[in-house]
Write a protein that binds this ligand. Structure first.
Ligand code: ADP
Ligand code: MG
Length: 363
């Protein structure tokens, strides 16, 4: 069992506060992913959990026991880094067994632990090789194996797949998902800047931004019900279209006139006192579709660029005045849309409204 609890955790380097007010509980068996822009403090938070970085405020507990001053080796945690940090002169077997050997464990126990990890990660045929004779993906599996051998309660991963090429990244991602299935009693915290990794691996995602937590929740909850503009724009690719507008009708539904070319309807109960209110409207590219007949189109504009990806086509529409482009993602292949003027609409239930950066629909 390993339940993690952070209460009011903060990190300052001298005068500079990198993180503050971090409240988060992670329960045994969960895989929680930290995402956020570069430099937002993902690694710092992970390293504080590991004990590699001092916690300058707040409390971190494992199973109700305060860990702030417990040395890393006594936390029952193993960490896997982006750089595999294998010993180049040792075989895979010796790399994996090294920590237990240093700890003075009996040979039979070390061998059993290596055998178990090698089986889980399908490393058996590679045990006698040196790291230089392995591919990047195999090296990262050895690094994960080295963590498994120690049988920790908590696994921490800091961008473990970032050094791999695209195909290996997918394969290793699936291995990590399988690893999690095989170790249901372990708690895992995984840092990445890769959206697909976050969406596919996480039980819950923690979006970090501006020194705090922007939102925590299951991947699809963050996708469907972002509580603020930051999360709305960060989760999803291409990013959600966000454009300024103003409320022109309230009642059973809300209608927003866009500042540039278009109207949008949102199926929300009326927002009190909202007539004339400045809001930002958000629609995901995949929620837009051509609606030539629609009286109220969400966006209208000329298709400047198309990108045919096979399974989908991306359309980049210019709006009359400068201002951000609108991106639509249509399933399938659509030749001949370039230079056309299109009206695009969205299901009103898929329209997002924001004011002062916060969602008016989801709290
Ligand atoms: P991320 O992993 O999200 O990219 P980090 O956790 O590595 O971000 O860093 C968060 C912030 O803390 C960054 O602004 C970084 O410059 C700062 N930082 C990290 N380590 C130190 C340090 N030893 N001294 C001062 N600032 C640091
Ligand atoms: Mg980092």
């Amino acid at each position: 069992m390993a339940d993690l609890k952070l209460t009011g955790v903060e990190k300052a380097y001298g005068e500079v506060k990198v993180l503050s007010g971090i409240d988060l509980e992670i329960t045994t068996g969960e895989l929680v992913v930290f995402v956020g822009p570069s430099g937002c403090g993902k690694s710092t938070l992970l390293r504080m959990i590991a004990g590699l970085e001092r916690i300058t405020g707040g409390t971190f507990e494992i199973d109700g026991r305060r860990m702030n001053d417990v040395p890393p080796a006594q936390r029952g945690i193993a960490m896997v880094f982006q750089s595999y940090a294998l010993y180049p002169h040792m075989t895979v077997r010796d790399n994996m067994g090294f920590a237990l050997k240093i700890a003075g464990r009996p040979r039979a126990e070390i061998d059993a632990a290596i055998a178990r990890a090698a089986r889980i990660l399908q490393l058996e045929p590679l045990l006698d090789r040196l790291p230089k004779a392995l591919s990047g993906g195999q090296r990262q599996r050895v690094a994960i194996g080295r963590a498994i051998v120690r049988d920790p309660k908590v696994y921490l991963f800091d961008e473990p797949l970032s050094n791999l090429d695209a195909a290996l990244r997918v394969a290793t991602r699936i291995e990590i998902a399988q690893l999690k299935e095989q170790m249901p009693d372990s708690t895992m915290v995984y840092v990445t800047h890769d959206q697909v990794e976050a969406m596919t691996l996480a039980d819950r995602i923690v979006v970090l931004a501006g020194g705090g937590i922007a939102q925590v929740g299951p991947p699809l909850e963050l996708y469907e019900r972002p509580r603020n503009e930051f999360v709305a724009g960060f989760i999803g690719s291409p990013a959600m279209n966000i454009a300024p507008g103003k409320v022109v009708e309230t009642g059973a539904r809300t209608t927003v006139a866009l500042a540039q070319g278009g109207r949008a309807v949102s199926l929300v109960p009326s927002l009190p006192g909202d007539l004339g209110r400045a809001v930002n409207i958000g629609v995901r590219p995949e929620d837009l579709a051509p609606r030539p007949e629609a009286e109220e189109a969400t966006f209208e504009g000329r298709v400047e660029i198309t990108e045919a990806l096979g399974e989908v086509t991306l359309l980049y529409l210019a709006r009359e005045v400068s201002g951000p482009q609108v991106v639509a993602k249509l399933p399938g292949i659509h030749p001949g849309l370039r230079h056309q003027t299109l009206r695009l609409g969205a299901d009103p239930a898929k329209v997002h409204l924001f004011a002062d950066g916060q969602s008016l629909l989801y709290r």
